[in-house]
Write a protein that binds this ligand. Structure first.
Ligand SMILES: Cc1ncc(COP(=O)(O)O)c(C=O)c1O
Length: 381
């Protein structure tokens, strides 16, 4: 089956007991055992049929051995990091979701898991860090949040594997509809399913997919041991969201491309970061490893305009954290999503005060462009 059909039918197509076309919400914590050791499910932290349908579906979509669902994207990332030991090292990019940086910098560093920062396209820098020894995990976000930097997943995987390091790709911005990192050599895929997979800004969730059984067993053990599982209702919400992922992503992408074209002509904007910009470094890599450019872009507002007034003046686009919902959302990375990253690191990467990040929704694009135009008009100094 093609991906669009897999999205609709999933890995578990309906309920085997009732024939319901949707997987029911098995809202239970425990299960009857018919005798000692004679049971289908044991306890819902360990396994739940609704969560299991989701986990099998995401594994199918990403082309992995197995999937695991967590209470948030951060719970998913934390579980992957929990497999490291004191003395191990992890590589992270110089711009990435602020919460990922925070857990690496403020939680795992205290457990003697050190990190090094390498720019997404710096293969020499990556190799140097790997040569220094101890690196067990290379964490990739591509495109990155918020600079949309593109990492060549295959190139990073080839280098990392030479040094026995695993590669985990945060695929939140692309979703399996546009990018399947395991096909390009990665070992692990992570999602904040809160975003495009859920798609309606109504569920917080995370997913992990592994290439091998060995890694699946390791993370499944940690999922049960640490316990950050996704509940049955939220699993159902993601299964519902996945059915329309393809049509939503197509519209997100179409709208984002048109907004990019408009922003290029807008004198209030001095810089645009967009994976579909043909002049962007990594554009060819993006075309090679992904089936599209997604619905995210960031831009820098010219000094002649007040960016704080601008976000306040927007009427259709909502100022808020998060992304990937059907509604357009704008955020100010420096004070919102990336506030947890030290200013020095942010400045070095180019995450500046006047930068805004736009998650382009599926509204009529004319309304979005009109909204941006009127808000620029209202925010001129
Ligand atoms: C790229 C990326 N990864 C991970 C996360 C964390 O996910 P969650 O908010 O679901 O914990 C986010 C949240 O914004 C994100 O943008």
């Amino acid at each position: 089956m093609k991906l669009n059909s897999l999205l609709v039918h999933g890995a578990v197509d309906g309920d085997e007991f009732t024939g319901s076309v949707n997987i029911p919400i098995y809202q239970t914590s425990t299960y009857k055992q018919w005798g000692l050791g004679d049971y289908k499910y044991e306890y819902s932290r360990t396994g739940n049929p609704t969560r299991e349908a989701l986990e099998k579906t995401i594994a199918l979509l990403e082309g992995g051995y197995g999937g695991l669902a967590f209470a948030s994207g951060m719970a998913a990332i934390t579980t992957v990091l929990l497999s490291l030991r004191a003395g191990d090292r992890v590589i992270i990019p110089d711009n990435l979701y602020g919460g990922t940086f925070r857990v690496v910098d403020k939680v795992f560093k205290n457990l003697d898991i050190e990190y090094s920062i390498v720019s997404p396209s710096d293969m020499e820098g990556l190799e140097k860090e790997l040569q220094a020894g101890g690196v067990k995990l290379v964490l990739v976000e591509t495109p990155t949040n918020p600079l949309m930097d593109i990492t060549d997943i295959q190139a990073v995987s080839d280098i990392a594997h030479r040094y026995d390091a695993l590669v985990a790709v945060d695929n939140t911005f692309m979703s399996p509809y546009l990018q399947r990192p395991l096909e390009h050599g990665a070992d692990i895929v992570i999602h904040s399913a809160t975003k495009y997979i859920g798609g309606h800004s109504n569920t917080v969730a995370g997913l992990v997919v592994t290439k091998t059984k060995e890694l699946y067993d390791k993370y499944q053990f940690l999922q049960n041991a640490a316990g950050g599982v996704l509940g049955p209702f939220d699993s159902f919400m993601l299964l519902t969201g996945l059915k329309t992922l393809g049509v939503r992503m197509d519209r997100h992408e179409e709208n984002a491309a048109k907004i990019f074209d408009y922003l290029k002509t807008e004198s209030a904007v001095t810089k645009i970061y967009y994976a579909g910009d043909p002049d962007k470094k990594g554009y060819e890599v993006q075309k090679k490893q992904a089936d599209g450019f997604g619905g995210m872009l960031s831009f820098v507002v010219d000094e002649a305009y007040d960016h704080k007034k601008f976000v306040k003046a927007l009427k259709v686009i909502t100022l808020g954290e998060s992304l990937g919902g059907v509604e357009s959302l704008i955020c100010h990375p420096v004070s919102m999503t990336h506030a947890a990253i030290d200013k020095e690191i942010r400045d070095k990467a180019g995450i500046v005060e006047r930068m805004l990040r736009l998650s382009v929704g599926i509204e009529a694009v004319e309304d979005l462009i009109d909204d941006l135009k009127q808000a620029f008009g209202a925010s001129r100094n």
